[in-house]
Each structure stands twice: as structure tokens, then as C-alpha cells.
Design a protein around this ligand. Structure first.
Ligand code: FES
Length: 275
């Protein structure tokens, strides 16, 4: 089908002086809009699911096996159901409009929002800047991340540090979940779900571009810093998978939460191997 066309506007965006004078928005004839469309659908599905689950305050803790969904971790309010507050109560009861995971959810959102991969994804799919390679953006001006508000994206590295702390908390939750019905050690399908999720969360976090810079950036001579060079090499390998990990962890987060919801609500029972 024919690509959408529009008249060049003098001096703006891709129609500025010095750019090739092409009047159509794109000469591409393939279905270039499929990846941005899938991105929007995927992100929207996760955001809707996560928002609903973050607010409902039901079925987030399995008291028999100590499974806690990552969406409610750490649960530090006295509104949290008994047993789910691994780190104690830091605040009293919370009104319904504040999610019980309020302590970390905003940081996790900002960590992903400022992530180098997600930026690429939503700049293309949501902001159309540009929607795809060789497809002109509809915006008159392009300032990139050089001024407010997008210059704030530079704080990503600080959210990385918070994300590391949150990963430690999630790891602690996953270890505490090896709990049997009658106390002591227990092991069920939920443990596999929780451990897979936490391992992938670590992989996503460590594959962060900021982490790569923190481990190996600003070094003049790798040969003088063998340990940092080794760490940078490992992080770089994971970093090539950052996009896949970004999507995989959205899926595992939702699956983990959904599984715990099913068990906690009594809809299914957790297959147990021990305890
Ligand atoms: Fe994606 Fe840091 S670049 S999490």
C-alpha cells in the first residue's frame, strides 16, 4: 500500500536544509509499523495488568508457603497481611489509593522508563520520534534528549543502584519462599517460578548500560584493571541481550504475580515436591 505523504515544511525536522528533499514520509514499502505496534500493545498490556494488581490488595501472599508477589515487596505497611512483611512495618495503615508496594514501585517504573532500551521502544512506538528507520517523524522539531524534560533521562544510573537493592530484596523473598506448610524447608512449583523470575531480574539489571559503564567505563588501560575488565566483559555479553531481557522480565514478573494470585486465592493448588 502507498505510504502516507505530506508536503515538506521548510526548515523543520527532516525537512530542514541539508537533508535530501523527499516529499513522502517514507519510501519503505514493508510493514515497518508492525514492531512499534507490537511494542505499544506489549507495554500497554503490562501497564494495565500491573496497575490493577498493584492496587487490588488481594491474593499477594501465600501464608502456607511464604510466597510473596514482587509487586508487593517489600510490604512495610501495617495494612499488609500477616506474615508478608519480611522487613517489618515502617508505616501504619495506608489508604487504598496508595499501593502496598509504594516503597519501590515508583523507582522500578522510573528505572524502566529511563532504560536505554525502553527509551528506544517508546520513542518509536509512542512518540513516533521517529516511528521506524527511514520513516520521518511527524514532529516539527527534534531536540532529542538535550533539554527538559528528556534530559532527565540521564539520571538512569541512579535508578540502577535502587534496582540492585530491589533485586536483593526479591532474592531474599525467593529464599524465604522455600517454606513448608508445617514449617521448615519446603519446595513447590511456586519456588521455581520465583527463582526463575529473580534470576532473570538480576540478568536484566546487570545487563543495564549504566552497569556496563560502572564496571568498565572511564578506564584508559584495561590491562591495568584486570578485574574490572573481566566484569565489563561479562556485563557486555549480557548487555547484548538487554532488549530480550527487558521483555522477558516483564513477562516473568506478570507470570510470577499471576501464579501467586492463583495459589493465594485458592484457584489452584501449588504442586509440592517437598513440604
Ligand atoms: Fe536498560 Fe539500564 S539500560 S536498565
Amino acid at each position: 500500500s502507498a505510504a502516507p505523504t505530506r508536503a515538506p515544511e521548510a526548515g523543520t525536522g527532516v525537512f530542514s536544509k541539508g537533508r535530501a528533499a523527499i516529499s513522502t514520509r517514507t519510501l519503505r514499502t514493508d510493514r515497518w509499523w508492525v514492531p512499534p505496534l507490537l511494542t505499544v500493545l506489549g507495554l500497554a498490556a503490562f501497564i494495565i495488568y500491573a496497575t490493577v494488581r498493584a492496587f487490588v490488595r488481594t491474593a499477594y501472599w501465600v501464608s502456607d508457603y511464604h510466597y510473596l508477589t514482587p509487586f508487593y515487596s517489600p510490604c512495610v505497611s501495617t495494612s499488609c497481611v500477616e506474615g508478608s512483611s519480611h522487613f517489618g512495618h515502617w508505616v501504619g495503615n495506608l489508604p487504598m489509593w496508595i499501593p502496598l508496594g509504594f516503597l519501590v514501585l515508583p523507582f522500578l517504573l522510573l528505572f524502566r522508563l529511563t532504560c536505554y532500551y525502553y527509551r528506544k521502544a517508546y520513542y518509536r512506538a509512542v512518540w513516533f520520534s521517529p516511528p521506524a528507520c527511514a520513516v520521518a517523524e511527524p514532529h516539527g522539531k527534534y531536540t532529542g534528549e538535550t533539554r527538559l524534560p528528556l534530559i532527565i533521562q540521564n539520571v538512569h544510573r541512579y535508578f540502577f543502584y535502587v534496582a540492585v537493592v530491589v533485586s536483593v530484596v526479591n532474592t531474599y523473598d525467593a529464599v524465604m519462599a522455600f517454606h513448608g506448610k508445617d514449617g521448615g524447608f519446603g519446595f513447590g512449583l511456586g519456588n521455581i517460578v520465583l527463582v526463575v523470575n529473580v534470576v532473570l531480574l538480576w540478568a536484566y539489571t546487570i545487563s543495564c548500560h549504566s552497569c556496563r559503564h560502572i564496571t568498565g567505563g572511564r578506564l584508559k588501560h584495561f590491562s591495568a584493571h584486570p578485574v574490572r575488565y573481566w566484569m565489563w566483559t561479562q556485563v557486555s555479553k549480557l548487555n547484548t541481550r538487554h532488549m530480550q531481557l527487558a521483555w522477558t522480565t516483564l513477562a516473568t514478573l506478570a507470570i510470577t504475580d499471576f501464579y501467586i494470585m492463583l495459589v493465594a486465592s485458592g484457584t489452584i493448588s501449588d504442586p509440592r515436591f517437598i513440604g
